[in-house]
Design a protein around this ligand. Structure first.
Ligand code: MN
Length: 245
């Protein structure tokens, strides 16, 4: 089964067509959102198939504009086992709102503590060490999406039980390969982060995930079908750890 552990289905121009195609191809997709107000509409997109999981999110780049939606976040949270995209962004365009981001992130982590465990897809760009510190006692399983931290930070994240979703862009860089070598085989997942990622100027779709398999197969010295099977096993282990399916 092809796994896309982080995709913004709702941000494609034709989300229902994309979802139908994912369902037709039997893909498993974590359909992340960037604001609580996007939840309801994004949930409708998931009606195409029961392997499309809608996650409730509040993106760190929008935290300063949308923090008033935290109460909506709270009311939606009990309806799903999936949370994302949340996290912190320390990039130059967003660091001025860093305090607000941290406040929103902590608020959400607290809400998660009060309920049943969740699968949580986390953004940690230029903020890796703080994110790792904040999620040490998270109630559920963190997936660090598009990890760009150092090897030391990666080892810390592995030690606290993180999974990692890697995309084709990451796997085409030397840094991505180096990090990929450190990640235990049973902690790796695949993602597109579509529609934001482009490969040779083309938008990436969830069914393009197998384009990652060649690189991972080299990392693991195995075949591409073995990569797909291992990643499917990783997902099912992760889901069973939080009682999700
Ligand atoms: Mn994203």
């Amino acid at each position: 089964m092809i796994i896309d552990a982080h995709c913004h289905l709702d941000l494609y121009p034709n989300p229902f067509d994309i979802a139908n195609h994912c369902s037709f191809e039997h893909l498993w997709v974590m359909s992340v959102t960037t604001t609580p107000s996007a939840w309801k509409g994004t949930l409708k997109i998931a009606e195409a198939g029961n392997a499309i999981k809608t996650a409730i999110g509040l993106h760190p780049q929008l935290a300063h504009e949308r923090y008033k939606e935290l109460s909506l976040f709270r009311s939606i949270l009990p309806n799903t086992k999936f949370v994302g995209e949340i996290g912190l962004d320390g990039g130059s365009m967003f660091e001025k709102h860093y305090d607000k981001q941290l406040d929103v992130f902590r608020n959400v982590l607290n809400m998660i503590k009060q309920g049943d465990p969740k699968v949580v897809s986390i953004h940690s760009r230029y903020a890796t060490s703080t994110v790792i510190e904040e999620i040490k006692n998270i109630n559920g399983i963190p997936i660090l999406h598009w990890f760009t931290g150092t090897k030391t930070e990666l080892k810390q994240a592995i030690d606290i039980g993180c999974f990692f979703s890697f995309n084709q862009g990451q796997l085409s860089t030397n840094k991505g390969i180096e990090l990929g070598q450190i990640i235990p085989k049973n902690r790796l997942l695949t993602e597109t982060d579509g529609p934001f990622t482009k490969i040779n100027r083309d938008t990436v779709y969830p069914w393009n995930i197998p384009n990652c398999y060649n690189t991972i197969a080299k990392l693991w010295s195995c075949t591409e079908p073995e990569v797909e099977t291992q990643i499917e096993t990783n997902l099912s282990d992760l889901l069973s750890q939080v009682g999700a399916r």
